[in-house]
Design a protein around this ligand. Sequence first.
Ligand code: ADP
Ligand code: TYD
Length: 212
Amino acid sequence: MIDPRAGRGTFLTFEGIDGSGKSTQARLLADRLRADGRDVVLTREPGGSTGAEEIRRLVLEGDPDRWSAETEILLFTAARRDHMERTILPALADGKVVICDRFADSTRMYQGLSRGDLRGLVDTLHTLMIGREPDLTLLIDMDPETGLRRALGRQGSEERFEEFGPELQHRMRAGFLGLADEFANRFRVIDGNRPIETVAGDVLATTGALLT
Ligand code: ADP
Ligand code: TYD
């Protein structure tokens, strides 16, 4: 295992409720940084490595009740460990900018809050198996109804949390804002209820200080 603190690169994550615009903004940021000549790895969770993409299918497809809450936490953590070992840490060791669409804060929220209070278990496993936080986390804050509408407009076979409806989206939004307070040193909240280019301008300005 590569030392999680060894990386010289920069580790950025996007977080927020389903449909908030994370993937759109992660892609736009990667494009702009590449246009500036930076070496960028754009990746996502669950997934981002061959093994973790296999686990993604196990957790997002099929019967939503196929895993207990605890097993689900283990699967998301296993996927993250593989993603760290094979994709994120090697890229950081090479000095690259890693942009990840969702990371451990999503597990703190979805697995930590949605099926009872399992946040302690999520954090313990994170400390044992992952041991690294992003350098900067951009929370795309979004009105839950708008996010849900956008997310449900997509087609696909994956069972996402958006299927659970507006009540969960409201709780997740509040939970993410709570995390932004808890980890105020690395979180920045971006208002996602604006046109894509306006949000992207804010994202670029927010990352600027870290990347100079
Ligand atoms: P997420 O990754 O957070 O689920 P996406 O980036 O996939 O969100 O966006 C969900 C949908 O909303 C996509 O169809 C995208 O084009 C659209 N979208 C994203 N950001 C905005 C925005 N600021 N205004 C309007 N539509 C948006
Ligand atoms: P994602 O593809 O990012 O969905 P979206 O584009 O709708 O935001 O993530 C798929 C689902 O996986 C999403 O509903 C949130 C969930 N998820 C967890 O439950 N735990 C996690 O640790 C991660 C990374 C995602």
